[in-house]
Design a binder for this molecule. Structure first.
Ligand code: MN
Length: 297
């Protein structure tokens, strides 16, 4: 299935702390990603970008959801558009966009596959609720909403399907809010911190993740570029030091890319307006190529 790819850009930044991830999908395309995938002999169909009504102002609502008025209809719209690409017999590649988009994108996956898993590679856990969030930015809440822990207007985007907390694995998390820590403990969610990455190595983290999710037949991979060290990939809105280096990120994606059970992949939070000579988009391209089987030594 991975030799026939449907590409969809989701240029949203309504859920982020800084604007600019709306430029992510095109900036990644500008690196020549699609041409290189074609050169690797893969079939590509590019659906282009979803039309998102972004805003240059951040408006906090009484719900503690920033940009609530524009964000909620945008997330529903994203869900409908992602469902369309799932109707094709192809492998979905989603280019973000801020991480609020995983709420509608994974809802489409939950609708298509019974009891799926989610591998979430990120510096953050993105599991705040409107009540616990210090910022009100919804890109810090999608995992909580996928479990039905936020308000229903957020939980029910894309239907009432729920992510089973036991089907989630975090990798590379290192910047967690207090309220998030409580949820992770209470739900007994599996995670591999950066300390674990250094203790076990990438191959072992991938193996352990697949063993942990071993009884599931369909898994989605959501990769936030801020999982990488911000000195290496600076073009992102909530940068954190001490993340994956280039080789670790490329290896982890290359290994997950070989797993048949992984049936969807998104790369999010590239913000070209915060970048240094487009290097974060260039890295994003290399990571996506690694996922689809580009060999490297
Ligand atoms: Mn994230």
């Amino acid at each position: 299935m991975k030799d026939n790819i449907s590409v969809l850009g989701i240029p949203i930044d309504l859920g982020a702390s800084t604007i600019g991830t709306r430029l992510g999908p095109d900036s990644i395309r500008l690196t020549g990603l699609l041409e290189e995938l074609l050169d690797m002999g893969l079939d590509i169909y590019d659906f282009g970008n979803i039309d998102i009504k972004n805003s240059n102002k951040k408006i906090k609502f009484p719900s503690n959801m920033t940009n609530e008025d524009r964000l909620l209809p945008s997330l529903s719209h994203i869900n409908e558009e992602v469902e369309k690409i799932y109707q094709r017999q192809s492998f979905p590649l989603i280019l973000g966009g801020d991480h609020s988009l995983v709420l509608p994108s994974f809802k489409a996956f939950l609708k298509k596959y019974k009891n799926p898993g989610l591998i979430y590679i990120d510096a953050h856990a993105d599991i705040n609720t409107e009540k616990s969030s210090p910022t009100g930015n919804v890109h810090g809440m999608p995992v909580a909403a996928l479990m039905g822990l936020c308000s229903n207007k957020l939980n029910n985007i894309g239907g009432s399907y729920k992510l089973n907390p036991q089907n989630l694995v975090y990798i590379a998390i290192r910047d967690i809010d207090k309220g998030e820590e409580l949820i992770i403990k209470e739900k007994n969610i599996k995670y591999f911190s950066m300390a674990d990455v250094y203790k076990y190595g990438i191959e072992e983290i991938v193996r352990k993740s697949m063993v942990y999710l071993g009884n599931l037949s369909s898994i989605y991979l959501s990769f936030d570029i801020d999982s990488m060290d911000c000195d290496i990939a600076p073009g992102t809105g909530v940068p954190v030091r001490g993340g994956l280096n280039y080789n670790q990120a490329r290896l982890i994606l290359s290994l997950f890319g070989k797993e048949e059970k992984i049936k969807g992949f998104e790369l999010v939070e590239v913000n070209p307006s915060l970048d240094d000579k487009n290097k974060t988009s260039e890295i994003a391209k290399e990571l996506i190529l690694a996922f689809f089987g580009k060999s490297f030594i």
